[in-house]
Design a protein around this ligand. Structure first.
Ligand SMILES: NC(=O)c1ccc[n+]([C@@H]2O[C@H](COP(=O)([O-])OP(=O)(O)OC[C@H]3O[C@@H](n4cnc5c(N)ncnc54)[C@H](OP(=O)(O)O)[C@@H]3O)[C@@H](O)[C@H]2O)c1
Length: 187
């Protein structure tokens, strides 16, 4: 079994100018989609052993790349394995037991959201070792889903990350009007 503090946990989010990952209908709009950002995100997922998603994001995104997925849901008590998918309820068992359900050692997770899953790894017992915050400039999603729940209470994503003890790396331009900043735990 792998030690919890040895897990590499990288979060990936793409947000609007007002720090939203989805619009007021709860869907990710085309205005947030960008080829260069998609490539960056997919490379992150490819580099990890397992992708981690909330049940709604799992339902919304077909698993074309046949990646192993750890899905957070309150609909199960025990860990349930179904092919590439493991359903996990963190209220009833720890992450290492959930990862044991995969038929291989798992040391690197790519967390793809949504909001409550980003919250979970932001401040919980198992935290991000890096959070990659991509932004598409010029898009606002009034009434949308914030990248963290604090956004929907009026806080900026950067302030939430700082308050949670992360520090920003340099801004990297992915495309015209699209950039990413990688946040890591402050030392
Ligand atoms: N722009 C981006 O970077 C980005 C990233 C991710 C998603 N999205 C978009 O955002 C939308 C969905 O995101 P969302 O935030 O509404 O939903 P989500 O986080 O994908 O899924 C929410 C569900 O996850 C489960 N869940 C959440 N927290 C949990 C916890 N602590 N313990 C156990 N289960 C938990 C619950 O499932 P049950 O109801 O089964 O209990 C909950 O209903 C989609 O349109 C997606 O495309 C965008």
């Amino acid at each position: 079994m792998f030690q919890r503090d040895k897990l590499r946990i990288e979060g990936y989010a793409v947000v609007s100018d007002d720090d939203c990952i989805a619009n007021a209908d709860g869907n990710m709009p085309d205005s947030l989609k960008n080829d260069a950002e998609w490539k960056f995100f997919q490379a992150g997922l490819d580099a990890a052993d397992v992708s981690v998603l909330g049940r709604r994001s799992h339902d919304a995104t077909p698993n074309h790349a046949t990646r192993k997925r750890l899905i957070l849901t309150r609909s199960v008590r025990d860990v349930v394995r179904d092919g590439l998918i493991v359903l996990w309820n963190p209220q009833t068992c720890g992450i290492l037991s959930a990862l044991d359900a995969f038929d291989m050692p798992v040391s690197h997770l790519a967390v793809a959201g949504g909001r409550d899953i980003f919250d979970f790894f932001l401040t919980g017992e198992v935290r991000f070792t890096a959070f990659h915050l991509s932004r598409v400039r010029g898009v606002t999603l009034r009434g949308g889903t914030g990248v963290f729940s604090g956004v929907n209470r009026g806080q900026a994503a950067e302030a939430i990350l700082e308050d949670a003890g992360y520090q920003p790396g340099p801004l990297r331009v992915l495309d015209e009007g699209v950039d990413v900043v990688s946040w890591t735990p402050a030392t």
